[in-house]
Write a new protein. Structure first.
Length: 225
């Protein structure tokens, strides 16, 4: 499993300042357990910029340096705890990007030997990692055009496809195997209304799928999971 932070601000801001010094220190400390890599995404001229490393975040000077810089008004931060069997390298670290979209994911999709069913061959060839997360992300992207740009429908369709690939005849729902979806997806022109708030997030943000605890801080426009 992994830990994620997504933010949307009124202007360019250091990600460390969004949750305060103590909050950022506590969040960074989670990398002691979620130690299989880290990654950041932010936007320049409408395109995601990605930095990531397979090293532990709290032991990487670049992580702290980037976190203290006002890189942009929209971004993602991810600490990886790798799914067993998936390699620890920079290609498998999150976030992933496609066009103007950036995505980070927490959880796992089972069974691993059927992950190829998530994508048609032409999309499978676009993978840069061996992760279930990137396959899930490209699954959303492949459905976005089919649904005429309707992101909610693309996410729902991909989540439903995940259920289809896991047949009750071949899959027993044990807690250690259950597919889990906590996904942050960012795009610089998309507008999202938080269902728990009347606050309109002005630049864009995060769309998420459920599982496990999360903290929504609408005043700071930061979401942690």
């Amino acid at each position: 499993m992994c830990r994620l932070l997504g933010y949307c601000a009124a202007g360019e801001v250091p990600v460390a300042s969004l949750i305060g010094d103590e909050g950022f220190h506590q969040f960074t400390a989670l990398s002691a357990m979620h130690s299989d890599g880290w990654g950041m995404a932010w936007y320049e001229a409408g395109q995601p910029q990605i930095r990531k490393s397979p090293l532990r975040a709290d032991e990487t000077p670049e992580y702290d340096k980037l976190a203290q810089q006002p890189l942009g008004d929209l971004g993602l931060l991810h600490f990886r705890w790798a799914t067993p069997g998936l390699g620890i390298n920079d290609r498998n670290c999150h976030p992933f990007s496609y066009g103007p979209y950036a995505m980070a994911h927490n959880g796992a999709i089972h069974p691993h030997d059927r992950l190829h069913e998530l994508l048609p061959p032409e999309w499978e060839r676009q993978l840069v990692s061996t992760t279930d997360s990137e396959r899930y992300f490209l699954g959303i992207m492949s459905r976005l055009a089919v649904h005429d740009g309707d992101m909610a429908a693309a996410i729902a369709g991909t989540a439903a496809a995940n259920g289809v690939t896991v047949s009750p005849s071949t899959y027993r729902k044990r807690s250690q195997d259950r597919s889990a979806m906590t996904t942050f997806l960012a795009e610089p022109t998309f507008r999202w209304r938080d269902s728990s708030s009347t606050n309109r997030l002005t630049s864009a943000v995060v769309s998420w799928l459920s599982s496990g605890p999360s903290t929504r801080e609408t005043n700071n426009r930061a979401i942690r999971a």
